[in-house]
Ligand binder design. Structure first.
Ligand code: NAD
Ligand code: TDX
Length: 335
């Protein structure tokens, strides 16, 4: 198998590459990443000399480059992580979200279609198993009230420029499946946490601030709810969907860990033994979604996946990783 992993130098992508290289010794991984502020080759230092791994610096919107990669590496799976991923940045400047998240996904789909479906002349291509796996988010479903869960049938109702760009990409993936017959899956997961997450997202941002005795800017009343998924459980879910997911299906992936932001903040402060006086309630995020909660019964029933980590285990591992890798986060924050 030759897998094109896009955005593999980011948080979830780098965890996925580590996971796949340690699990399969006959898979080749080609990591295409633009190395934006969120991409960091330090995340992949341990595998840089692995013969089954190749890094290519480049943009998923670059058609010629993507085409060259498909031909040169005989790609048969694509796992598309590459994206602008931070909601607050999308509120400041939506442009790059539309370009990378929508246009970039369409370029990848188009080259996959061209290579897998339009000209399967070479026998080696014809006999290949192919799949395009789009890594999406629960944010495409919009916001929940106090009750209920997102299922795969919940109508899409994205509220931020980020989630709107991800929902658009999902629709284009669907169109390439319905219209052209491309083999696809879409996974929609909840908030990930774990090693290598850029300290702009809630958990690593608040953790690194707390360690430096800086204040923690909690938006609004701090009672917005997110479902938290440990990144290693997410990587395992993607592996399962890649190999066993039914063609054309969407799978929700959740952690069964609903928490308010204030609960998360207090849990971090308690573990690192810092005072709650560091919490500073600030102006709310524009269009701030109130609650996300995922019904993962489809992936559990059909593909036998369920999260293995409790939040208590995952957060302790994560905090320990940041304590053991102070140089990593000091460097990414100073760049
Ligand atoms: P991230 O921001 O940490 O990493 C994104 C990576 O994509 C970076 O390495 C960056 O350099 C790369 N990239 C950006 N633009 C690119 C381009 N034009 N061409 C090539 N590479 C490019 O993101 P993440 O948190 O690892 O998220 C990965 C994927 O998972 C995203 O698609 C995101 O929407 C989705 N997702 C993330 C979460 C989460 O909690 N982090 C939850 C649900 C879904
Ligand atoms: O400084 C902050 N203060 C604060 O109160 C930050 C950065 C966040 N928050 C709140 C906003 C959210 O309710 O914490 C919650 C989590 O915020 P983020 O870490 O920015 O994540 P979120 O907006 O929920 O989106 C994340 O999960 C879904 C990822 O960034 C997305 O890429 C993913 O699709």
């Amino acid at each position: 198998m030759n897998i094109l992993v896009t955005g593999g130098a980011g948080f979830i992508g780098s965890n996925f590459i580590h996971y796949m290289l340690s699990k399969y010794d006959n898979y080749h991984i080609i990591n295409l990443d633009k190395l934006t502020y969120a991409g960091n080759l330090e995340n992949l230092k341990e595998v840089e000399n692995n013969p089954n791994y190749k890094f290519i610096k480049g943009d998923i919107t670059n058609r010629e480059l993507v085409e060259k990669i498909f031909i040169e590496y005989n790609i048969n799976y694509v796992v598309n992580f590459a994206a602008e991923s931070h909601v607050d940045r999308s509120i400041e400047d939506p442009d790059i979200f539309v370009k990378t998240n929508i246009r970039g996904t369409q370029v990848l789909l188009d080259i996959a279609k061209q290579y897998w479906l339009d000209c399967p002349k070479e026998a080696e291509v014809e006999s290949l198993t192919t799949k395009f796996l789009q890594v999406s988010t629960d944010e495409v479903y919009g916001s929940l009230g106090e009750e209920g869960y997102f299922t795969e049938d919940t109508p899409l109702a994205p509220n931020s420029p980020y989630s709107a760009s991800k929902a658009s990409a999902d629709m284009i993936v669907r169109a390439y499946h319905e219209t052209f017959g491309l083999v696809v899956n879409i996974t929609r997961c909840s908030n990930n946490y774990g090693p290598y997450q850029f300290p702009e997202k809630l958990i690593p941002f608040f953790l690194t601030n707390a360690l430096a005795d800086k204040e923690l800017p909690l938006y609004g009343d701090g009672k917005n709810v997110r479902d938290w998924l440990y990144v290693k459980d997410h990587c395992r879910a993607i592996d399962v969907v890649l190999h066993q997911g039914k063609n054309g299906e969407v799978y929700n992936v959740g952690g069964n860990n609903e928490k308010t932001n204030i609960e998360i903040t207090k849990a971090i402060l308690k573990i690192v033994n810092k005072p709650e006086s560091l919490i500073n309630f600030v102006k709310d995020r524009l269009g701030h979604d109130r609650r996300y909660a995922i019904d993962s019964s489809k992936i559990q029933d059909e593909l036998d996946w369920e999260p293995e980590y409790t939040f208590e285990e995952g957060i302790k591992d994560t905090i320990q990783w940041y304590l053991d890798n102070i140089k990593w986060w000091e460097t990414v924050m100073s760049d």
